[in-house]
Design a protein around this ligand. Structure first.
Ligand SMILES: NC(=O)c1ccc[n+]([C@@H]2O[C@H](COP(=O)([O-])OP(=O)(O)OC[C@H]3O[C@@H](n4cnc5c(N)ncnc54)[C@H](OP(=O)(O)O)[C@@H]3O)[C@@H](O)[C@H]2O)c1
Length: 161
């Protein structure tokens, strides 16, 4: 199962100046509950922003960084070829793709499930979630908590289920 985990505002903003434009502890808790003890795949810039924030990669998760660079990223496994990685990982192993925009965009054809936190506000930002054809997905769960809607979408003809 390949899943995206993302929080976006009402206009699809996901980032600003290399970081999140907001701070929602309830969304961070949701993110942690979903991804703990699993594999998380991220672009190098998202890895950098996590290091900036926490001083270390996400704890108790297998951190995988997508980069073109030939260097070591502390506490993370490095991959250079997203397509072959996604095509060869065992289907029974859940993989949580946690951004950013470039990785969501490239992995879109492979994703089975979307965990989207819709934030019902508008923020200033410079990074947007890619255009998504929601008609290819069924909404299978939805919980509202003040300005946050925690939604789960499942691909209609799941490629990897
Ligand atoms: N709201 C959310 O849920 C959420 C989630 C994640 C991130 N974000 C935000 O999104 C922003 C970062 O997103 P972003 O799109 O700018 O960056 P990103 O996707 O995190 O990282 C981009 C980098 O990933 C590597 N990369 C991407 N595609 C690749 C490919 N096909 N092959 C090899 N390497 C590849 C490259 O690294 P190299 O330059 O090292 O080669 C590229 O510069 C930040 O503001 C962050 O806070 C928001």
């Amino acid at each position: 199962m390949i899943a995206f985990v993302v929080a976006m505002d009402k206009n699809g903003v996901i980032g600003k100046d290399g970081a999140l434009p907001w701070h929602y502890p309830k969304d961070l808790k949701h993110f942690k509950e979903l991804t703990l003890n699993h594999r998380v795949l991220m672009g190098r810039k998202t890895y950098d922003s996590i290091i900036q924030q926490l001083g270390k990669p996400l704890p108790k998760r297998e951190n995988i960084v997508l980069t073109t660079q030939d260097k070591i990223f502390k506490g993370a496994k490095v991959i250079h070829d997203l397509k072959s990685y996604l095509e060869t990982i065992p289907k029974e192993v859940p993989l949580y793709i946690i951004g950013g925009k470039t990785v969501y965009e490239a992995a879109l054809p492979y994703v089975d499930r979307l965990y989207i936190t819709h934030i019902e506000k508008a923020y200033e930002g410079d990074t947007y979630f890619p255009k998504l054809d929601y008609s290819q997905f069924n909404l299978i769960d939805k919980k509202t908590d003040e300005a946050l809607i925690f939604a789960v979408y499942k691909r209609k003809a799941a490629a990897h289920d």
